[in-house]
Design a protein around this ligand. Sequence first.
Ligand code: GAL
Length: 658
Amino acid sequence: MADLRAFENTLIYGCDYNPEQWPESVWQEDMALMKRAGVNLVSIAIFGWARLEPEEGVYEFAWLDRIMDMLHQHGIKANLATATASPPAWFALKYPESLPVDKNGVRLGVGSRQQYSPASPIYREKASQLVRQLALRYKNHSALAMWHINNEYGCHIFESFSEETVCAFRNWLHHKYATLDALNEAWGTAFWSQTYYEWAEIQAPAAMPTFYNPSQYLDWRRFSSDMLQECMQMEVDLLREITPEVPVTTNYIGINKHLDQWKMSEIEDVVSIDIYPDPASPSAAIECAAQGDVARSLKQNQPWILMEQAPNQVQWRTLNHTKRPGQMRLWSYQLLARGARGIMYFQWRQSKAGAEKYHSGMVPHDGTDSRTWREIETLGNELKRLPDFCNDPVKAEVAIVLDWNSWWGLEQGSHPHADLNLMELVAQFYAPLHQQNITVQFVRPSDDLSKYRLVCIPNLYLVKEEDARNIETYVQNGGRVVMSYFSGIVNEHDHVYLGGYPAPFRKMLGLKVEEWLALSKEEKRPLENGWSAEQWIDVIRLEGAQAVTSHTADYYAGLPAITTHAFGAGRADYLGVKLPVEQMGLYLKTVLDELQIQPALQVPAGIEVVSRETTVFVLNHHPQTMTIDLPEHKKDLLSGKDVAGQVELPAYGVLILQ
Ligand code: GAL
């Protein structure tokens, strides 16, 4: 696989650069300012298709040649985009069949971006012609360091109900099931008279009178994710043929439900992700950390790139809060701590026109005489001075299972509780672990789990039989699992595992769930020791497990809410309720203590600690100075000074201890 050779001993610092929005007279100044800020990589031509191919088959590369040359002259590398993210207006008008169609049959128009159906054959054909042209033109250009494929696949258009897409869905199903009998069986179409006798009868799950067939919906999610992946694969194949040495990446929009990022990441060389915390959100730091951990996990700890973050404010929320002085730097280090090889921004120069003109840029409307610029310039120069810590692995002893198929299965209608949201349920585990400064690795249910001391399994609603066995074997061999309710309920076709819930995990958990209760947002039900249950209650019968805490009211009083079961050489815990997050923290703390899993440093709340093999990052998320106690002498890579004892960390301050 190609790698980021150009950045072997350097941290990446850069941005989306859209010179096509500016007269060429500005470009020289851009180069000079980029040098001042320490920019060493820019993503260019992401939305350049209309400029690169003003009419069908007529390519204009002169402007991009000039920019590529200028970048090279200034020692800045190009993360050259394949420009396929936003087809030109002429394309959409000439090939209207390529336009996305929404659930209600409305064809979406031009004048925005991402207006194509991922399955559209003509989109793929024209996109591949453009990619080939770009690759041939720039394959030997010294500025080329990486290919930026498309942009945020599935960010706006993750499914389309166009005629062509429905045809592609049928082909995909045909390939998967071979016979209609197999499809009818997998989709359980005996229900509600849904049996199909011809492939042509099959539709996409668009607007319907009531609940759609859940097995069909699952396949639709898989198919829609595969269509995006096929677009990516098509570009990857072309680029690998023409420039085998140049790494390829695509930037994810955070953790995207609509795209199986485990599968997608297998076909790229470098993972990159865009992270936009809401500065007003009390959980901003946790969300940033979780996204960084997912990014690191997708390619099993390979360094990844923060491809976009906002230099300051965004423009797409209802209320767009500014980052407070120091916050942008803090969040940048937070992601470097979690394995990022570099920090990039959207975008270089704040646009003066278009839908993003109020989105901050590294060079704001008022130029360099601004707080944003000063923070950008200072950080860039600080990173230049730092030793490269990218090959120092991030340490994680705790894993959280994340699976896209189960996510799609869980968040369907016609379930006992309509408000089960996987990311909230993951946060039930992630947030308290983050507060206790325990670094998490995300894993698939099929992964080798033996490296982890603790594996948390939030609501793995859908599980394949062999993945359930993988988890069971991990426990059998001495692992520790904490699993939460509504896990192990259905197989990959969304068919219930019969024989008592959760059938594939009953032996491991030593229990049976007899029935479940759905609670409203306001409801809480009492447990022992003043604890309480929210959202969901499993009525549990023990079959070898022990109760950790039990219900104290209603007809299930005395029955366990949380259980633990010694199984083989390991132990499996089960949460048959949702605990308020503080109680979840206390509960997880007892498990961590039992396993003697500890953070690298004991620090006050709101100070984040991330440890790598030889460095420890300490990040102050408070808007005021905090004091921490460092038991041993360490060198702070940022200040170059030795620190020990009572150390003051300024508001949003950072230490990198070695
Ligand atoms: C990203 C996108 C960028 C820009 C940015 C604004 O989702 O990739 O092109 O729109 O958001 O925050």
